[in-house]
Design a protein around this ligand. Structure first.
Ligand code: DON
Length: 310
């Protein structure tokens, strides 16, 4: 019997709506506190061009930490594996995304590229004339959306208030992990976090990653498959911060969240999913988005350790 993906998506959206009350919108970046707490949407895209969508799949929001995956791709493309992983590790931390703890306790290198410390070092590894310009170009190409752009208000808001990220950057500088001026690197990092996407854009990103980096519409290899493998593995291990383990058990898809409310999830065989819901749990992950992905994973048999049924 054919699976009715659209009905399952709508049912998952309803289940997501039922848990929104458990969350709060991010407020540590003042501009993010203006988010509409009732927003919730999902988009699932297949490489053959089929698109399923429900709710607020087309509302733009800032990608925040989802940018960490794009900057890692760019750093690996421009500086290469050896340089990037001489400065950043590959291990989950179990700590908050903006934690400073492990930098002093264990190693001078950030544990992984998905926490803030790691992403700030990743941004410093992008070896192009204009790192933010290259970042935007990559995002637009992968999402097949030339209108994707910076949210100036969120960028300014984060730049004005990002004291914790400043502390991390200066600590990294003092330990000689960061090349260049901390303020310049932070500026690139803040800009990357403030680029606006929709759940539909994220679904396309997930679909391209699932398709081993190939744009199915043009046949162009946008991202090298070895880079895709590195990025998706790190998403599986650390993409949902200190909730990555529980999320892996319940959803079981390489995913990355951001405090703007987005989650990108990668399934098998050219299927990508994007969700948006700015109500966040205590770990900084979208409560509605997580619920939607949990339902989709269960109903469509998407968990990486399930036998594929979809
Ligand atoms: O560094 C920050 O605070 C943000 N721009 C990004 C953090 C983020 O998205 C964490 N997410 N769950």
């Amino acid at each position: 019997m054919a699976v009715d993906v659209q009905s399952i998506l709508e049912m998952a959206l309803e289940k997501g709506r039922n848990v929104l009350y458990e969350g709060k919108v991010a407020s540590y970046i003042p501009e993010l506190a203006k988010a509409d707490s009732s927003n919730l949407g999902v988009c699932l895209m297949k490489k053959d061009g089929t698109i399923y969508k429900a709710g607020d799949y087309n509302i733009p929001f800032t990608m925040q930490s989802i940018s960490k995956t794009f900057s890692l791709i760019l750093a690996l493309q421009t500086a290469g594996y050896d340089k990037v992983f001489s400065k950043i590790g590959m291990e989950p931390t179990g700590d908050r995304f903006d934690s400073i703890l492990q930098l002093e306790l264990k190693d001078w290198r950030p544990f992984n590229p998905m926490i803030n410390a790691g992403a700030i070092v990743t941004a410093s590894c992008v070896e192009t004339e204009d790192p933010f310009g290259s970042f935007l170009e990559l995002v637009r190409k992968v999402c097949n959306n030339p209108r994707i752009s910076l949210n100036e208000e969120v960028y300014q808001s984060e730049k004005r208030t990002g004291t914790r990220n400043r502390s991390i950057a200066f600590l990294l500088k003092s330990d000689n992990v960061l090349d260049g001026e901390p303020e310049d690197i932070l500026d690139i990092y803040f800009r990357m976090c403030s680029v606006m996407v929709t759940a539909k854009d994220l679904a396309r990103y997930g679909m391209v990653l699932s398709n081993h980096g190939i744009d199915p519409d043009t046949g162009e290899q946008l991202i090298d498959p070895t880079i895709v493998r590195i990025v998706t593995t790190l998403m599986m291990l650390c993409g949902m911060y200190d909730e990555s383990g529980e999320y892996a058990v319940k959803v079981g898809l390489p995913s990355k969240s951001g405090v703007g409310g987005g989650i990108v999830a990668i399934s098998r065989k050219g299927v990508g999913i994007g969700t948006f819901g700015p109500m966040l749990n205590k770990k900084g992950n979208s409560v509605g988005g997580e619920k939607i992905l949990q339902v989709l994973s269960r109903e469509l048999g998407l968990h990486v350790f399930d036998l594929a049924t979809f």
